[in-house]
Design a protein around this ligand. Structure first.
Ligand code: AHR
Length: 330
């Protein structure tokens, strides 16, 4: 009798809706409409790079209609090639590539093209025959980045103007070999060395754009008793490392040794203001909104510019103001 009563009550509850099949979860339409972007990023080697990643995350957000998949290649081209193949396999709508070096992209970009996925390149350039489309076969849709040789020229011209005929003994800290940032800035210094016979290159090595390697290299030069009065660091993080090494050795950066650097991150600008860095050339990492604009143009069926060079400037203690530093977001 008791069991019958329980069954009876269960039937009543079910009839009132308690046992109804759960309502189907409506498809998440917002999610489905998002534009999927695979971003192969160089790594996290510098403050510049981290600012660049943040800029991409902020612009290509779900609120703005995107789903961004980031792959950190840890400065290894092979990892970038694998990441791009994975993006193709996943069927993303767009691929954004920040290439670690200029060479070696022909095959994988041809694969992206065959899959019908537009590729946008940011920051550095890829091999120039592809870049200019000499073959008539354009492997990417749009490129956004810096003119690295122009940056290098600005640094070299500042040294020439500042020091005239004075002899300079230069340590050159390079970025990762084969990257446009290294190639462009190094080419400028090479030309400066040719033009100025009173300049001597006393040491040169790659610090891979990292602070730790910049410091290691300068510590080793100091330990070997090298005589120098200029450090030409191809980015701010290597300059920070070099400055730490000098200070630890009781040498005053900016006075005993002239420091020239690239990026002009906020911290570096503060060091220009306090005299530890003498000259810093801007390299703008805020490509997120620029990529967003290119994708939105493509979505509307428009043709974005094939090349966009970012406006950049440079700073020394005379041109820098506290207002510029305060407005620096990275
Ligand atoms: O390609 C841009 C360069 O790469 C920046 O100067 C450097 O800081 C970064 O790692």
């Amino acid at each position: 009798m008791k069991i019958r009563m329980i069954l009876f009550l269960l039937v009543i509850v079910c009839l009132l809706g308690g046992c109804a099949a759960p309502a189907a979860v409506p498809p998440d339409e917002t999610y489905e409409k998002l534009i999927v972007v695979g971003f192969s990023q160089v790594g996290a080697e510098s403050d510049w790079r981290n600012a660049n990643t943040r800029s991409m995350q902020q612009a290509l957000s779900a609120e703005n209609g995107f789903r961004l998949i980031i792959d950190d290649a840890q400065q290894k081209k092979e990892r970038q090639i694998t990441a791009i193949r994975n993006f193709i396999h996943q069927g993303v709508d767009y691929i954004v590539l920040a290439p670690t070096t200029e060479d070696g992209w022909d095959t994988v970009l041809a694969e992206a093209k065959a899959a019908g996925i537009p590729v946008i390149i940011i920051d550095r350039m890829i091999d120039s025959s592809l870049a200019t489309g000499d073959t008539g076969d354009q492997h990417f849709t749009s490129w956004i980045g810096s003119d690295f040789q122009r940056q290098g020229d600005a640094a070299v011209q500042w040294l020439e103007k500042q020091f005239g005929e004075q002899p300079l003994r230069i340590i050159h800290l390079q970025g990762n070999y084969g990257s446009s940032a290294q190639v462009g800035r190094t080419t400028s210094l090479e030309k400066g060395l040719d033009r100025n016979p009173h300049w001597t290159l006393v040491a040169r090595d790659s610090g891979d754009f990292t602070q730790a390697k910049g410091q290691e290299l300068v510590e080793a030069y100091l330990a070997s008793g090298l005589d120098f009065n200029v450090i030409f660091a191809e980015n701010d993080n290597m300059a920070y490392g070099a400055i730490d090494a000098l200070k630890n050795a009781g040498i005053t950066p900016g006075e005993d040794v002239i420091i020239v650097s690239f990026d002009a991150n906020r911290r570096a600008l503060e060091m220009v203001m306090n005299g530890e860095i003498n000259f810093d050339v801007e390299c703008n990492p805020l490509h997120g909104p620029r990529v967003q604009a290119v994708i939105e143009q493509l979505e509307r069926g428009e043709t974005p510019p094939r090349f966009t060079f970012v406006d950049e400037t440079s700073f020394d203690a005379d041109s820098l103001t506290q207002q510029i530093i305060d407005s620096r977001g990275y």
